[in-house]
Design a protein around this ligand. Structure first.
Ligand SMILES: Nc1ncnc2c1ncn2[C@@H]1O[C@H](COP(=O)(O)OP(=O)(O)OP(=O)(O)O)[C@@H](O)[C@H]1O
Ligand SMILES: [Mg+2]
Length: 255
């Protein structure tokens, strides 16, 4: 599911995040030596219930919001990298013989996936990526398999297309975040080797914590807590009138 979105040969892409409170778009450019600069970004608020639990429940509203955001973003690129919510994806690392050819690997992945996925394979988008040699045996390799129900992918592709964009990458939110963090870790002393680095993403409804060490994710947790609850708690406690979180409008542009 993860394509090399930072490869210089790939068409220029920008990131599109459809979350519970807003649609966010981000374009970065390579500025040499593996460094990147934020070129432009927008945050376009979504009305409440346009997305529910990571599902797009009001396609029309989300499309309108994406169109509005795209206009404000002012990029020339039409190719987007998107991601499905981590909770909507089943991932599993499997060990397979290192000698398998591509075609044999596909068959092996499908048969393994059948054991872990509680849906018929026709109903899911299944993908895999070779992680590397197995740490315990030289004759084996680790493969990450990922599966999600087709509609999770199709709904997002539909949003992009209806907004006149092309979905070029469909990642998993946690993986995309880890790949992005990798760019930051590289800049730490010793390129972050043997360091535990935590990402804490407090969203409107969900808080995700994950810990990375040597390019591997060693811990992840999702908590049903976010800014919205905090806002409600403050209102309940102090009786203040707080503007709904969905109306916060944080917009800026670099470059
Ligand atoms: N200017 C601000 N001041 C204080 N809190 C803010 C401000 N802007 C946003 N927030 C809080 O951040 C939350 C939105 O964060 P974020 O954009 O990361 O959420 P999200 O990605 O839409 O949510 P999720 O990942 O749960 O779907 C809002 O609910 C609000 O509580
Ligand atoms: Mg979020």
């Amino acid at each position: 599911m993860q394509l090399d979105i930072f490869s210089p040969k790939a068409p220029p892409l920008f990131g599109l995040d459809i979350s519970s409170s807003s649609v966010k778009m981000l374009e970065i450019v390579e500025v040499g030596k593996g460094a990147y600069r934020v070129e432009r970004y927008v945050i376009e608020p979504l009305p409440r219930d346009a997305t529910v639990d990571g599902n797009i429940s009001n396609l029309e509203t989300v499309v309108e919001t994406v169109k509005r955001g795209y206009k404000r973003l002012g990029t020339r690129s039409k190719h987007v990298a998107m991601a499905v919510p981590t909770g909507a994806v089943i991932t599993k690392k499997i060990i397979v013989p290192a000698s398998l050819r591509e075609h044999e690997l596909e068959i092996q992945v499908e048969s393994e996936a059948n054991q872990y996925i509680p849906f018929a394979l026709e109903e899911v988008n299944l993908d895999f990526q070779i992680v590397g040699p197995s740490p315990t045996s030289a004759d084996e390799q680790e493969v990450m398999i990922a599966a999600t129900r087709k509609e999770k992918v199709e709904d997002r592709v539909a949003v992009a297309e209806s907004a006149g964009l092309k979905a070029a990458v469909m990642d998993i939110e946690a993986f995309a975040q880890q790949a992005a963090l990798g760019l930051v870790i590289k800049q730490l002393p010793g390129a972050g080797k043997d360091m535990n680095v935590a990402i804490v993403d407090i969203g409107a409804n969900v808080m995700n914590v994950s810990v990375m060490r040597n390019d591997q994710s060693i811990y992840t947790r999702e908590q049903a807590f976010g800014g919205n609850q905090l806002t409600q708690d403050i209102v309940a406690r102090y009786g203040m009138s707080v503007e709904p979180a969905t109306r916060w409008r944080a917009t800026s542009r670099y470059g």
